[in-house]
Design a protein around this ligand. Structure first.
Ligand SMILES: Cc1cc2nc3c(=O)[nH]c(=O)nc-3n(C[C@H](O)[C@H](O)[C@H](O)COP(=O)(O)OP(=O)(O)OC[C@H]3O[C@@H](n4cnc5c(N)ncnc54)[C@H](O)[C@@H]3O)c2cc1C
Length: 293
């Protein structure tokens, strides 16, 4: 496997490949999200939790140019099964690209680039209890992350939440790993009523490390609590992204020290909590640099 561990961060990067991947299964999971399973032996052999793939969106309308939409769509790996040559992603339909992707049928071949980005840190290089925190579409990548950490002998617990029960995308895949899962929803429709950050300070007393993925205000709250408690924390950030391999700089993330930017595609998407500056819930939204199709 062409993978490399960064000694400073303990994260893994891989040599990415371009692969034509047949759709093995594609099902609606909830109101507006889908579970897509692909036969992708080369990506499955190289990928580690926290990394993502860039999928070329199948063209929609008859007569449309074959490169429309032009940009691939980045999706995190939810499950990675090298022995079965399979990868799985879970995605929400938010715009044109994901709407077109949702029409892909079993047997159709998708153009996949990956694995891209840096993984979560190698769980075998650190001991102690690991807390996974996922919100909404941030839950799916924690399935393979939890399985990886549990296989490395770590004690793993997951706290997963969403606004409504129907938004708990990927929760079945996390539960399938055997990791104990605590569920919260804002409307109380599943699990306890509340947010994943409720009682976090108390949880951190029994936690050696946190891995989190979800909306930025949620990540900002987790970052703040972990920095305050001195608990090592890794955040997976889903920035709008064009190329996926460090060329376009569309996915810039401000550095914590305010001395420049990192790129979510090659420096992340998983970042140590102390290196990035996040936008808290009450902060004004920054303007995106570019928006292209
Ligand atoms: C690393 C990563 C992992 C992700 N994992 C998941 C996942 O597992 N599940 C999930 O549901 N979603 C995930 N997302 C979000 C998902 O990629 C978007 O929801 C999806 O790309 C939207 O595509 P669309 O065509 O439907 O939306 P639209 O809004 O119609 O199109 C968005 C298009 O504009 C581009 N764009 C917008 N802003 C910028 C910018 N600043 N610079 C460059 N290009 C820009 C986008 O790249 C894309 O091509 C992830 C994002 C990233 C970066």
């Amino acid at each position: 496997m062409a993978a490399q561990t960064d000694q400073n961060s303990k994260q893994v990067t891989s040599q990415w490949v371009r692969e034509t991947a047949p759709v093995l299964a594609h099902t609606a999971g909830g109101r507006d999200w889908y579970v897509l399973t692909l036969q992708s032996p080369q990506v499955a052999a190289r990928a580690l939790p926290g990394q993502f793939v860039q999928i070329a969106v199948p063209t929609g309308t008859a007569g449309a140019p074959i490169d429309d939409p032009l940009l691939r769509r980045p999706l995190s790996l939810c499950t990675i099964e090298p022995a079965a040559d399979r990868i799985r992603v879970i995605y929400r339909v938010v715009g044109r690209g994901t709407a077109l992707l949702s029409a892909a049928v079993v047997g159709q071949r998708l153009d996949v680039l990956g694995p891209l980005g840096r993984s979560f840190p190698d769980p075998s290089l650190q001991g102690g209890a690991l807390l996974l925190i996922g919100g909404g579409l941030g839950i799916p990548p924690l399935a393979c992350a939890g399985a990886w950490a549990a296989a490395a002998g770590r004690s793993v617990t997951a706290v997963l939440g969403a606004r409504h029960a129907g938004d708990l995308a990927g929760i079945a895949q996390v539960q399938a790993t055997g990791v104990p899962v605590h569920v919260l929803t804002e409307d109380g429709g599943a699990g306890r009523r509340g947010r994943v950050t409720d009682g976090l300070e108390q949880r951190l007393r029994h936690t050696a490390e946190v891995w989190a993925c979800g909306p930025e205000p949620m990540l900002a709250a987790i970052q703040s609590a972990c920095l305050h408690a001195g608990t090592p924390c890794w955040l997976s950030m889903e920035r709008p992204m064009a190329c996926g391999f460090g060329v376009c700089a569309g996915c810039s993330v401000p550095k914590a020290a305010d001395d420049g930017y990192l790129k979510a595609c090659v420096d992340g998407p998983v970042f140590a909590a102390n290196v990035v500056r996040l936008m808290a819930a009450n902060a004004a939204p920054a303007q995106s640099a570019t928006t292209t199709d």
